[in-house]
Design a protein around this ligand. Structure first.
Ligand code: NAP
Length: 260
């Protein structure tokens, strides 16, 4: 299946850690050519090296801040310096900040979540679209969350942002109907990445508690799912995929094993 990705051009946002970094390695292993963006370029360079060791013929990196239109446009200009077509766009950059109720929420956290998870997807997609619509069979994969489907206390802004991502995915699929460009969303549950460390602003002990007694998804689980979605034949569109660890039956129903 993954031979369909050999030499294909794959652009991944948020490739410096977690799902994005794992996707770079996995798509690299399938022989894809990679264009990787995030704010931490040193981390991107290390990921690109790993992806090339896995089999990627080329892995280019460039600074990208999806919350800034100028940065996104500059990134896509750099992209066009490498290729005039994209086969896969993975809008993955994003995350949560804080777990405050609406009553105690912080403007800066809300604004960052909307800027990255919602406006970032819109900006990157708008700039990348000409490279996709000129290449029927290409695919846009957005990384959403189960938080976009079910609300939880302390998640108002993040749930709203990921619900926004889901609706952007659906609207785009309608807008692109007839172009041959496919559009899908992959919506994971609990997965152990830097997500919770970022959410709790560096408090690693608090972040570790999120996964205590649970066997969460790994970044590689998500990367494999993205690879599968991207490698379906051109007439197959995977619209929406929800993926959760077996221990998580629902956002509020997680099986936690007592400490041994
Ligand atoms: N882990 C989970 O449990 C989980 C579950 C469902 C959905 N998700 C979603 O999955 C996606 C990836 O998260 P992850 O779990 O892999 O977390 P992660 O390890 O914290 O990775 C987040 C990535 O997003 C990038 N990023 C954040 N803000 C950015 C910005 N303004 N511009 C460019 N890149 C930015 C980060 O890079 P830099 O900091 O270097 O810019 C990093 O590469 C996010 O959209 C998240 O909401 C995660």
């Amino acid at each position: 299946m993954s031979s369909r990705l050999k030499d294909k051009w794959v652009l991944i946002t948020g490739a410096s850690s977690g799902f994005g970094a794992a996707a770079a390695r996995t798509f690299g292993g399938a022989g894809a050519r990679l264009l990787l963006g995030a704010r931490r370029v040193d981390r991107l360079k290390a990921v690109a090296e790993e992806a090339q060791q896995m089999g990627s013929p080329v892995a280019h990196v460039h600074a990208l801040d999806v919350s800034n239109t100028r940065s996104v446009e500059e990134f896509l200009q750099w992209t066009r310096g490498h290729t005039d077509r994209l086969d896969v766009l993975i809008n993955n950059a994003g995350g949560a900040l804080g777990i405050d109720s609406v009553a105690t929420g912080k403007d800066e956290d809300w604004e960052t979540m909307m800027q990255t998870n919602v406006l970032g997807v819109l900006r990157v997609t708008r700039s990348a679209l000409p490279l996709l619509t000129s290449n029927p069979g290409s695919v846009i994969l957005n990384v959403g969350s189960i938080a976009g489907h079910v609300a939880y206390e302390g998640g108002a802004a993040y749930c709203a942002a990921k619900a926004g991502e889901l609706q952007i995915t659906r609207a785009l699929r309608l807008e692109l109907n007839g172009t041959g460009v496919r559009v899908g969303t992959l919506d994971p549950g609990l997965a152990e990445t830097e997500f919770s460390v970022v959410r709790f602003k560096g408090d690693r002990a608090r972040a570790a508690k999120v996964y205590e007694g649970v066997e969460p998804l790994t970044a590689d689980d998500i990367a494999e799912a993205l690879l599968w979605m991207a490698s379906r034949p051109a007439h197959v569109n995977i619209d929406e995929m929800i993926i959760k660890c077996t221990d998580q039956a629902a956002i509020h129903k997680v099986n936690r094993r007592p400490k041994a």
